[in-house]
Design a protein around this ligand. Structure first.
Ligand code: AMP
Ligand code: MG
Length: 267
C-alpha cells in the first residue's frame, strides 16, 4: 500500500501520479465490486472490535477536488459498519461563530473519542486550499498553517489517535464527465452547483495548493495517500485496504468480562 503514500519530506509532483492507475488490483470492475464486499465484512468486524475495546480513536481525512468522490467513498467503503461507532464530520463554509475562532476550533471538537472512527468530509485542510486559492487570508497567514497542522496532528496522535489522510486524485477530464452527468441526470441535479464551474476554472491553482499541502503535511504519524480515483471501484478498494491494514496493526482484542462468567445460570 506504500505505493500511494506521500513519503514525508519528499518533493511531490501530482502530475506524476496516474489517476487511472490500477496496478494494485489488476482486475475487472465486476471483480472489484465483489472484492469490496469481502472487505466491507472485514471492516465491519474490525470496527466492532474497535468499538467494543473502546481504546483506540481513528481519524480519516478525505480531501478532493469537486466531484472527486468523497461522498461515494464514505458510502461504499463504510457500507455495513455500525453507525453507533462511526461518525462523519462535513466541513462547509465556516459560520460567523466559527470564523470568530481560530480555524482549528471547529475541527478539534469533532475529532474521534475512544472507540470511534470519525471521517472528515473536507477538513482543516480547506484552510490551506480554498482559503489560499481564493485569497481569503494573505499568504503570510495561510503559509504558517502547515506548521500548525503538523503540530495539531502530532498532538492528536500523541494522545492516541490514529490518523489516515486520503487525497482522491482525479484528472480534469474526469471532473468534466462527472459534472456533465450531474447536469444530465435529474437524480444528480441537486449535486450540481454553478459555483463548481468557477472552482473548475481554478483547477491549476487548486492542484498547486494540494501539492504544497500534501508535501508539507505528510508525516510518519499522519501520512497522506494519493489515491487513483478516476475509477470509483478501484478507489474504494485501495482506501478500504489501507484502512483495514491500519486497523489490523492496532492488534485489538475484545475486552475481558469483569469476572468469571462460568458460575452464571440464566433462569
Ligand atoms: P460541499 O462539500 O460540496 O458541500 O461544499 C462545501 C464548501 O465549503 C466547499 O466549496 C468548500 O470549499 C467550502 N469550505 C469548506 N471549508 C472552508 C473554509 N475553511 N473556508 C472557506 N470555505 C470552506
Ligand atoms: Mg460540492
Amino acid at each position: 500500500m506504500d505505493q500511494y503514500l506521500v513519503p514525508p519530506g519528499s518533493d511531490l509532483n501530482l502530475n506524476q501520479w496516474d489517476p487511472n492507475d490500477k496496478s494494485l488490483f489488476p482486475i475487472s470492475k465486476k471483480e472489484g465490486k465483489l472484492l469490496l464486499k469481502d472487505l466491507n465484512k472485514e471492516m465491519e468486524r474490525l470496527q466492532e472490535l474497535l468499538f467494543a475495546q473502546g481504546k483506540h480513536k481513528v481519524l480519516i481525512v478525505l480531501q478532493a477536488m469537486d466531484t472527486g468522490g468523497k461522498d461515494g467513498t464514505i458510502r461504499h467503503v463504510f457500507e455495513g459498519v455500525n453507525p453507533q461507532g462511526v461518525k462523519v464530520a462535513s466541513f462547509k463554509v465556516p459560520t460567523p461563530v466559527e470564523l470568530a475562532h481560530d480555524y482549528l476550533w471547529r475541527v478539534h471538537k469533532r475529532t474521534p473519542a475512544k472507540g470511534e472512527i470519525v471521517i472528515f468530509n473536507r477538513s482543516h485542510y480547506e484552510d490551506v486550499l480554498v482559503v489560499r486559492v481564493h485569497k481569503l487570508v494573505p499568504e503570510e497567514i495561510w503559509s504558517r498553517r502547515y506548521q500548525h497542522i503538523r503540530a495539531f496532528e502530532k498532538l492528536l496522535t500523541d494522545e492516541g489517535t490514529t490518523i489516515l489522510k486520503f487525497y482522491l486524485h482525479i484528472d480534469r477530464e474526469e471532473q468534466k464527465k462527472r459534472l456533465q452527468s450531474r447536469l444530465d441526470d435529474p437524480q444528480k441535479n441537486w449535486k450540481f452547483s454553478r459555483g463548481d464551474l468557477k472552482e473548475r476554472a481554478l483547477w491549476d491553482r487548486y492542484q498547486s495548493a494540494y501539492q504544497d499541502a500534501l508535501r508539507e503535511t505528510s508525516t510518519d504519524y499522519a501520512p497522506w495517500y494519493v489515491i487513483p480515483a478516476n475509477r470509483k471501484w478501484y478507489r474504494n478498494l485501495v482506501i478500504s485496504t489501507i484502512i483495514i491494514d491500519k486497523l489490523k496493526s492496532l492488534q485489538m482484542a475484545f475486552p475481558k468480562s469483569e469476572d468469571s462468567l462460568e458460575d452464571i445460570t440464566i433462569e
